[in-house]
Design a protein around this ligand. Structure first.
Ligand code: SAM
Ligand code: SF4
Length: 315
């Protein structure tokens, strides 16, 4: 379905939980989130119903996200249910990888197509400091488990944080040297925990091109600018929500774990979907698509207008 700007909305990011086993500095406070009762979170039945309605409205790709989606019990069962929706072309997940050693095989068997893995550092101490609760070892074990389970086309996402992981740009990018990874550098956005961080933390993705002058442009995929390093198997990507607004290419909507439709990540606008069924649910999704703003108005001085942090939205 087209929105009022003529953008075809094909992509739904579906959050299955606001909880997480990590506490990344830019995403969550040290104490995590005020725990919503289980009854406040969409059930698998509701998630499937929303997914079906979204597909009826033209969505072709769904990404499961969170919080950390894999802390939600029995997630492969949800994947199987969503994978069976006629018309859904792709079912993906974004994860911090820590629980993949446990779940990668079951996710693959359930029909999950692809994984995006968040990996902000390859230095043990920086990784531990950034995630507060994670270890690099478990994240790398997760990457390996994904490979063993047969996942291909895996994307590795690193949020660029000035003074924290910018020295690691060449090391992180080099993950694409021998394996078919797409290593994507994402500009830090002033939303939630990091909304008031000092400006020097918000690095433009140009820092990647400066650190790796050999990168050659290789086209665009969605909101990602792709680059190739001669001789490398994989690609390097830049996602620049801050320095290059890509709102004109935005094809996504989001649903939070408590059932609110967010037409734009950075807008305060939310539409309740819970309790709606059939035509009424589809109608609400269509209305959400039609109320998608033309663009966000965020920059390092003006934080996101979203009422929620990233762990509640799912990125
Ligand atoms: N827990 C999962 C993970 O970390 O991959 C999924 C949810 S997490 C909110 C989704 C993505 O949002 C992660 O790649 C994370 O790095 C990114 N993210 C969180 N806060 C961000 C921010 N302020 N700016 C840019 N990306 C952010
Ligand atoms: Fe958890 Fe992902 Fe947020 Fe880190 S970025 S705290 S892993 S939800």
């Amino acid at each position: 379905m087209l929105d009022t700007q003529g953008r075809a909305i094909r992509y739904l990011r579906l959050s299955v939980t606001d909880r997480c086993n990590y506490r990344c500095l830019y995403c969550m406070g040290e104490d995590g989130v005020a725990k919503l009762p289980h009854s406040a979170i969409l059930t698998f039945e509701e998630l499937e119903e929303i997914a079906r309605a979204a597909v009826a409205c033209g969505v072709k790709k769904i990404r499961l996200t969170g919080g950390e989606p894999l802390v939600r019990r029995d997630l492969p069962r949800l994947c199987r249910r969503l994978r069976d929706i006629p018309g859904l072309e792709e079912l993906d997940m974004t994860t911090n990888a820590s629980l993949l050693p446990q779940y990668a095989q079951a996710l693959k068997a359930a029909g999950l197509d692809r994984l995006n893995i968040s990996l902000d550092s390859l230095a043990e101490d920086t990784f531990a400091c950034l995630t507060r609760r994670g270890t690099l070892k478990e994240a790398l074990a997760g990457l390996e488990a994904a490979e063993q389970a047969g996942f291909t086309g895996t994307k590795l996402n690193a949020v660029l944080i000035g003074g924290m992981n910018d020295r690691e740009i060449p090391t992180l990018a080099a993950l694409a040297r021998d394996r078919d990874y797409s290593v994507r550098f994402i500009e830090l956005m002033p939303i939630g925990e990091c909304a008031r961080w000092p400006r020097e933390r918000f690095l433009p993705a140009q820092a990647v091109l400066d650190a790796l002058p050999g990168l050659e442009p290789a086209g665009v995929s969605g909101v990602t600018e792709l680059y190739r390093m001669p001789g490398w198997v994989g690609t390097v990507g830049l996602i620049r929500p801050m320095s290059h607004h890509f709102c004109a290419a935005c094809d996504r909507i989001r649903v939070t774990a408590d059932g609110m439709l967010k037409p734009c990540l950075h807008s305060a606008l939310e539409l309740p979907l819970r309790g709606l069924h059939g035509q009424a649910l589809e109608q609400a999704i269509r209305q959400g698509i039609l109320s998608k703003p033309q663009s966000h108005h965020m920059d390092t001085c003006r934080p996101s207008q979203s009422l929620r942090g990233m762990n509640e939205i799912g990125g």
